[in-house]
Design a protein around this ligand. Sequence first.
Ligand code: F58
Length: 836
Amino acid sequence: MFPSVAVTEAASEPGRDVRTGLDPASLMQAVCDYLYYFQGRHPATASRNDFYLATAYAVRDRLFQRGIQSLDALLHRPDGRTVAYLSAEFLMGPQLAANLVNLGIQDAMREALWRMDIRLEDLIEHEVEPGLGNGGLGRLAACYLDSLATLEIPAIGYGIRYEFGIFNQQIRDGWQVELTDKWLHLGYPWEVARPERAVAVRYGGYTETYTDEDGRYRVRWIPAEIVKGVPHDTPILGYRVKTCNLLRLWRAEAVQTFDFEAFNIGDYARAVEDQVTSETISKVLYPNDASPQGKALRLKQQYFFVACAIEDMLRAHLRFGGTPATFHKRWAAQLNDTHPTVAVPELMRLLLDDHGLEWDEAWEVTQKTFGYTNHTLLPEALETWPIDLFGALLPRHLEIVFEINRRLCDGIRRVYPGDEDRVRRMSLIEEQGRRSLRMANLACVGSHAINGVAALHTELLKSQVLSDWVAMFPERFCNITNGVTPRRFVVVANPGQSKLISETIGDDWPIHLDALRRLETHADDPEFRARWRDVKHANKRQLAAVIKERTGISVDPDSLFDIQVKRIHEYKRQHLNVLHILTLYRRLKLNPDLDVVPRTFVFGGKAAPGYQVAKLIIKLVGATGDLVNDDPDVRGRLKVVFFPNFSVKNGQAIYPAADLSEQISTAGQEASGTGNMKFALNGALTIGTLDGANIEIRDEVGAENFFLFGLTADEVRSAKAGGYAPRAIYEQNDELRAVVDLIASGALAGGDTTLFRSLVDGLLWHDPFMVLADYQSYVACQERVAALWRDPEAWSRMSILNVARMGKFSSDRSIRDYCERVWHVGPLGAPTEGAP
Ligand code: F58
């Protein structure tokens, strides 16, 4: 088993290749080799982390092999188009299990490790995930990379290699405490640094004009600061295919390790300081989930990865014989929200200043290159940058933005003469208050396609936020409903359900998710239902053990697992969920013999560190647990758990164990949601509002298989327009009043009446997210949930039908939609109809 002899053996044995072999013997050999020759460890004394790293390296070899072949295939396609997914966040999740599944070697690796007395599951559990995203938007980017590779579309994800990702959340005394995320500290084996491909990124300074040899008037940018971007590549393999794409994340470094001039004059500290300043750019992910933080460093981050990406793309394009004017024929670049929008003036700058294209030609290339995805309607989330800040950091870009704007405004005036209000609304520059650049408007003008992420969201975008843009450029708009990868969120996360499905309908469903329809006929089979329940029960037992370990709370796997995991935000209304729990609690206090369905309420999610109300909601959940969990009158029938540090990894343990999925945002607020899809694919029933993709999920699974409650987006709007008075609702609803009073009374805060005062007052006097308005409808709907739970056969049938009808929500379908409607690219980059 030890390497030195075995390597020679392996090399001489056909079909047993230490770098590429997929059988247990080759894999074992590969792991041993890495331990011995690369990590300098003898297998007998290696730690769990050593084994994890060695296993990851062995897997990575197999990915690289496929990656090189994929690149080769691409180079042989002169007319191919590659997708560049530009995103400030990629929330990739753990890599080991997902890569083993995609390679199809989970069992072989388990066997290989078993021969060395190592359990694969322990290594999978050991893995630390790179939390390089806040939530839905970052995870969507990761799902899309998985689908792009699986559909064999050449693609690169471009982003930032933050040294510290999203903070780790601890709960102390019920409060969220943020700890620094150190995902790199034990080594990250999935990536490889490519210092030779570094890019110089410039900031600040000024511009000057000059006349070139041909007598043309040109502009050049003299920067004040230069930072180096070093790419770090992670291979992204598709499911059971040869295509292996790339995630290329950039790390900021000082151009020279030391500023020697400063060093020579003895100012060592300043030299090091400059280095530290450069490296700050990729230091940390901003932990804001809804409203972006208008900080200079954030703009620096945005320009940093965008400049690196565009330079990288242009370099490859020119190296393989392209010209600047044909850039868009080789690249389709997607702006994942407005964060990468500075790519629009950046590409213009390169084409105009560095490559000498005329404006019109450069503009055509730019527009044909970019597509823009909007992820939010929240007004505070629409990014703007103060013009002075933007101009100080990117003086040349500001000039280009002004010129884009001049032409845009001229165009508006031609179509709508005299309509200066419209010009003001569509202008790239907000003139009110501190003059600022509207990034969504820049993204709209610079893109040939603009999409929302669910049908309702796109409709609201078109009718409200971007209505002027629709009027002028209707052909640019389309909807592309989000999706999630069934590989990670079902095959990897829920092996029990996956096995049962494959045994029943065959094993092609992970790539043809519509095939799940074949389950429909089994929904009426009592034996199948029983097996379905067994799977769920096993998943719930597993989650119960994890909950016990992480929180000390014992929960009953026979109870209804009612789960809400997502970022904590008022619009997502975790506090509405709490009002329901307290309603049940109060009923039990009034009548301890009341026949209530035993439920375990699980919450999870991070609050932005500066978002006080969200942090108070976490405290409220914990306080509700303290009140309810051990109350003798409750007799264990209600348990409330706050699961700390929700992450992709924790999500993979949670979704498969859910009976009920809480998707209870105020209608019109959640652009799409993707957790809703992950739960439903794992057999949870949904209680939800007509918001985001909930609407389409309900359309697919059937209204009779979905627990709907609450106001519609239209009703929310008219209620607000009509002067919504939450206090009146409180006064008219006895049960609601009692529950709100219970919170206000201090009963959840050891008698302290001030702790939750702001939350209660917010609900009573403002309630911008209509919690009180939807309370009664929610509680009534939860009663229908409870009634169904009492009929396990009916519940199982509905759960099976939900899974059977979720095919639409595979990210493969979303990616096909992007390929057809936005990118005009097919497998292996082949151009499709509408390609530029
Ligand atoms: C989310 N946005 C939407 N933003 O809220 C959700 O409805 C949707 O399903 C998802 O995108 C995918 O389309 C979101 O996650 C962020 O996290 C941004 C991070 C950077 C600052 C601004 C918010």
